[in-house]
Design a protein around this ligand. Structure first.
Ligand code: HEM
Length: 402
């Protein structure tokens, strides 16, 4: 058992501020880490995390994908795709692939540009917060427009989500306010579903009402209200939180790597590669958890059946065993070296990856014009303290006029 004296606490201030030094120690000294405080195991080396993501039989999602979900033992029966193992997952994924098609995503380009222009045209370069005035606002609009949420509730989806994910340092579980926020989100989708069942429109909720899924007994039925609401909650949540965080992170990272910001300004064709490197270097999703279905022997340690295990994708993405100079940010790096785990890997790999990439690439292109030369107001930067996702709530910048 590698019980090194590393204090890895994913609910601590230190983790939210900068987990990467601890990740290095975990990879080097405790590749199978055990947290006595929270009773979970953690994998941090690229090869181990990638293998665990692929091995869904040993590392099950059916008990939840956060520590809280797994340890509470109250894994939801209102099943969402992210909490499913095959064969259920396979059936649901092939079904949602039908509504979340590459074409449906490409068709969002206009909406993305429209929402980005809307917020940037209102922004004041002399007093601009990249997250609060921009990146927190537009991604939730894109996904809720796709879903069919009325305008008045689009930003609520984001605000309720933030309340539900908020973890003041030291707290693992959801607050009462967080719970209530989830109920409001569920009620919002439930009401829209009822309306669309009567009067379908050209949106994703209407299409989800129309599709059929093959059930375990071989019969085919349409999705029920709870299944659709669960999927919408997941999409709305993932769509609202992640790209918002990535762009805040991008602003801070590029402020420390000005030469690479200059390279992007000079050659916009490098933006997609820059997005991939941001995801690798400091992707917003730090980890996904799994339930261990049978004893596993790894690096001389037995991870017991029934344990909760954290797959630290963000640590694996900085593993020098997989990437040359892994701790260095380099938009020109050879990306074929190893799998980038920022979007997960294997059967649960991110369904929204293409949308996230499209939004991020377009947004960076606009930011390069809006703030070609900027300085982060470091004293007023504010980190978020959420479960699973790291990033910033505020990244104020001073745009230098050339
Ligand atoms: C930078 C942006 C994003 C990152 C870093 C990210 C990351 C991830 C990761 C790591 C997973 C795997 C979870 C697991 O294995 O347990 C995942 C799954 C998922 N993501 Fe994303 N995501 C992003 C954006 C989005 C967006 C924009 C959407 C949709 C609008 C989305 C929808 C989903 C869904 C539905 C799943 C579950 C897929 C399944 O269980 O089969 N994500 N994402």
């Amino acid at each position: 058992m590698t019980r090194a004296t590393i204090d890895f606490d994913p609910f601590s201030e230190q983790h939210f501020n900068d987990p990467y030094g601890t990740y290095r120690r975990l990879r080097d000294e405790a590749p199978v880490y055990y947290s006595e405080k929270y009773n979970f195991y953690a994998l941090s080396r690229h090869a181990d995390v990638a293998a665990a993501f692929k091995d869904f039989e040993t590392y099950s999602s059916a008990y939840g994908v956060t520590l809280e979900e797994i340890q509470s033992g109250q894994h939801s029966h209102n099943k969402s795709i992210i909490w499913m193992d095959p064969p259920e997952h396979r059936r649901m994924r092939s079904l949602v692939n039908k509504v979340f098609t590459p074409r449906a995503i490409q068709a969002q380009e206009e909406v993305i540009r429209d929402r980005i222009t809307h917020y940037l045209s209102k922004a004041d370069p002399a007093n601009f917060d990249v997250v609060a005035d921009f990146s927190a606002l537009f991604p939730v609009e894109v996904i809720t427009i796709m879903l069919g949420v009325p305008e008045a509730d689009r930003q609520n989806v984001r605000l309720w989500l933030e309340t539900s994910l908020e973890r003041p340092p030291g707290r693992m579980t959801q607050s009462r306010a967080g719970n209530e926020a989830m109920m409001k989100t569920g009620a919002l989708y439930y009401n829209i579903i009822q309306e669309r069942r009567v009067e379908p429109q050209d949106d994703m909720i209407s299409r989800l009402c129309a599709v059929e899924v093959e059930r375990e007994d071989g019969t085919r039925t349409s999705l029920d209200d709870v299944e659709i609401a669960g999927f919408c909650t997941l999409l709305g949540g993932a769509g609202a939180e992640t790209v918002a965080k990535l762009l805040g992170i991008a602003t801070v990272v590029f402020s420390k790597h000005r030469d690479q910001w200059e390279q992007l300004r000079a050659d916009r064709s490098k933006i997609p590669a820059a997005v991939e490197e941001l995801l690798r270097y400091e992707g917003p999703v730090q980890y996904d958890c799994r339930y261990v279905t049978k004893d596993v022997e790894l690096h001389g340690t037995t991870i017991p059946q029934g344990a909760a295990i954290m797959l630290l994708g963000a640590a694996a993405n900085r593993d020098e065993r997989a990437f040359t100079d892994a701790e260095i940010f380099d938009i020109n790096r050879d990306r074929a070296q190893a799998q980038n785990l920022a979007f997960g890997y294997g059967i649960h790999s991110c369904l929204g990856a293409a949308l996230a990439r499209l939004e991020s690439v377009i947004a960076l292109d606009y930011l390069l014009d809006f703030m070609p030369d900027y300085e982060v107001d470091v004293a007023n930067v504010k980190r978020t303290t959420l479960t699973s996702v790291n990033g910033y709530a505020r990244v104020p910048v001073r745009v230098r006029q050339g």
